[in-house]
Design a protein around this ligand. Structure first.
Ligand code: A2P
Length: 317
């Protein structure tokens, strides 16, 4: 089994550069996917409370049969749990669901808080989501306490923009280990990667395959893995299009968490370390960027949090 390289956080802890994504993995499928992944050599599993599948993911982790200490497990605090008094309880619930006594990494899933409570999508009468005005910094200070309590080894962010990261860096005690964001050749995140690199923050790419199964995909959206140039490159290296785009990320130090529930594709997505893209091919893929997000949350056909004062996507990066 090929060994998988790791990245090192600013706190000197390490994270395997490939993890299994579990967003959109349905109950009934995800347990087997996690177990299969661990048996195929994955040591990093990316989870979140809002995916609604952490109990099954936990089963899969146990069935994987690998010591807890060898695994790297990430989860994320949901938007309804941003109030500082709710953070520890949410983390403990995730630990209970996963059947673990600590997380390797816990992220604030989005900077946008929703109204407190157990309804993950609390609604106003007009069907829009009911927001809460909790500054992300207040939530971050509660996240830091989880490290002090030993519930999580590292803390980080997800979907934060550069200004929001800068505020955390200026006012927090702990540097975020990573910012997990949408990132693939069509949305290369070159500026945010540079910003984070200069501050020793790892970038984790979600939807690294362009998320073909995202719930709001339209039939005429470009399909990254069907792109003729990527296909041509894949044939040249004797790899699949998915392996080419994942290798492009890991070659520049970006962590990838491709989601799959298929045994062959799970194995394929880890098999990235026996070839190297040439500098010219890297440039070709870099030029794919057209700075358009695929992942802009929508609920019942309407933008979910675009009207939130802490919405992260209103500035260039
Ligand atoms: P499946 O779960 O059936 O394998 P992303 O991680 O960008 O969100 O992409 C996930 C989507 O890509 C899922 O539809 C997944 O389907 C599919 N997928 C995962 N791995 C591969 C692969 N190696 N080749 C093609 N499609 C893949």
């Amino acid at each position: 089994m090929a060994s998988v390289p790791s990245v090192t956080f600013s706190n000197n802890l390490t994270m395997p550069i490939v993890g299994l994504g579990t967003w959109k993995s349905k109950p009934g499928e995800v347990q087997t996917a996690v177990e299969t992944a661990i048996k195929a050599g994955y040591r990093h599993i990316d989870c979140a409370a809002v995916y609604g599948n952490e109990q099954e993911v936990g089963e899969g982790i146990r069935n994987g049969g690998v010591d807890r200490a060898e695994l790297f497990i990430t989860s994320k605090l949901w938007n309804t749990k941003h109030h500082p008094e709710d953070v520890e309880g949410a983390c403990r619930q995730t630990l209970k669901d996963l059947g673990l006594d600590y997380l390797d990494l816990y992220l604030i899933h989005w900077p946008t808080a929703f109204e407190r409570g157990d309804d993950k999508f609390p609604k106003n009468e007009d069907g829009t989501v009911r927001f809460a005005m909790i500054p992300p910094m207040e939530t971050w200070l509660a996240m830091e306490k989880l490290v002090e309590k030993g519930l999580v080894r590292s803390v980080g962010l997800s979907n934060f923009n550069s200004e929001q990261i800068a505020e955390i860096l200026a006012k927090g005690k702990i540097k975020p280990a990573t910012n997990q964001v949408e990132c693939h050749p069509h949305f290369g995140q070159h500026n945010l990667i540079q910003f984070c690199k200069e501050r020793n923050i790892v970038i984790t790419a979600y939807s690294p395959l362009g998320s073909p199964d995202r719930p709001w995909a339209k039939p005429d959206d470009p399909q990254l893995l069907d792109d003729p140039k990527i296909k041509e490159m894949a044939a040249k290296y004797g790899k699949s299009p998915a392996q080419v785009v994942l290798r492009w990320q890991t070659q520049r130090g970006v962590v990838v968490i491709p989601k799959s529930v298929n045994k062959d594709r799970i194995a394929q997505n880890l098999d990235l370390f026996n070839f190297t893209l040439s500098e010219d091919d890297v440039k070709v893929i870099n030029a794919f960027d057209h700075n358009t997000r695929l992942i802009v949350p929508v609920l019942d056909g309407k933008p979910r949090d675009a009207a939130h004062p802490h919405y992260p996507f209103n500035i260039p990066f």
